[in-house]
Design a protein around this ligand. Sequence first.
Ligand SMILES: Nc1nc2c(ncn2[C@@H]2O[C@H](COP(=O)(O)OP(=O)(O)OP(=O)(O)O)[C@@H](O)[C@H]2O)c(=O)[nH]1
Length: 247
Amino acid sequence: MTSTLPSSIPSLSITPDSAPLPISLRIRERLDAAGVAYLANDNIADHLRDGELEQLEIEVAGKVRELLRSLVIDIDKDHNTEETAERVARMYLHEVFKGRYHEQPKIASFPNVKKLDEIYTVGPITVRSACSHHLVPILGNCWIGIKPGDRVIGLSKFSRVADWVFSRPHIQEEAVMILADEIERLCEPQGLAILVKAQHYCMKWRGVKEPQTSMVNSVVRGDFRIDPSLKAEFFELVKQQECMLST
Ligand SMILES: Nc1nc2c(ncn2[C@@H]2O[C@H](COP(=O)(O)OP(=O)(O)OP(=O)(O)O)[C@@H](O)[C@H]2O)c(=O)[nH]1
């Protein structure tokens, strides 16, 4: 990915007797004043002004440079880490945590003119995230089951919204709930079921170093919650989709 850094920084508000406030501080003050939460798995795109993301990228790169220096890495002499700070800033803001800083992809919904009320499932959808505790990857698969309501969205849009939601620091329990909230908002289904199976690199790569352990969790809403046969049908369809992977 090429750098998104502008060649010049938009002017910062500088008062005569004070240094310019870091852009992250100005954004946090604005969010605090508006009473808006900015937890690791929140999206703040609606509260960023033109040019601020570019300023944030420059600020984060500076902090990562200092982190590398604190790790006693000679970034001035080490050709391999020469632009690591800029890459890491870009990666956080525009790739792995883009779901915090970028708006939700445009997702059109269509009327369910045939009044379809049978369930369907989509999956596996690859999900990539990072745990809020160590900021190391969570990689897995997600399945979504829908009993449609008055509106439907395109199949590919489930992947797009899942990618946007998961591209934030998370714990898996909350990630699934947030994805469910977004899908309910987008197409108001009569029933919604989501299953996520993921491997947490904070358990594989470090810590207890369990290479095979995964976390599996689900959320069921609407008709899936009140009708056990519908819920069972969802898990049966997921099983069939998993079998298709091995054929
Ligand atoms: N419930 C839950 N726990 C998670 C998730 N992702 C990571 N964790 C765990 O959260 C814990 C982080 O908190 P601490 O126990 O304070 O971290 P730690 O001392 O580095 O723990 P160890 O991983 O045991 O070395 C770790 O045990 C992780 O394995 C998740 O999505 N859900």
